[in-house]
Design a protein around this ligand. Structure first.
Ligand SMILES: [Zn+2]
Length: 111
């Protein structure tokens, strides 16, 4: 399944921009990335080279950066990266292993 065209984080839409190859960071051109959250453009850039599982995990990772930004969580880069990686791994397993729980949340969180 392909990634969605956009996602909504805290009421704010982010366009998912798909890239065929790894790409240069928008802020550090010498850094090559597979995913990037670009708040000023309301974009999440996503390299679609790799397995569906890998791509989904990258999108979840970048979505967590968007949540951190939206919630005003401002950590040093390495600290945020470590925390986002840990939460991504944890959420990936919970979401993948608990479809009934995910459906329950999706249904009930809308109120
Ligand atoms: Zn990251």
């Amino acid at each position: 399944m392909k990634p969605p065209k956009k996602i909504k984080v805290g009421g704010h839409y982010y366009t998912i921009v798909l890239k065929e190859e790894e790409f240069a960071s928008s802020s550090h051109e010498d850094t090559i990335l597979v995913g990037e959250h670009v708040p000023m453009n309301s974009q999440i850039r996503l390299c679609i080279k790799g397995s569906n599982q890998f791509i989904a995990r990258i999108l979840l990772h970048e979505t967590l950066h968007a949540i951190f930004d939206h919630q005003g969580i401002d950590l040093p880069v390495k600290e945020e990266e470590d925390l986002v990686n840990r939460i991504t791994w944890g959420l990936s397993t919970v979401i993948a292993d608990n479809p009934v729980f995910v459906k329950y949340l999706q249904t009930n969180l809308k109120g």
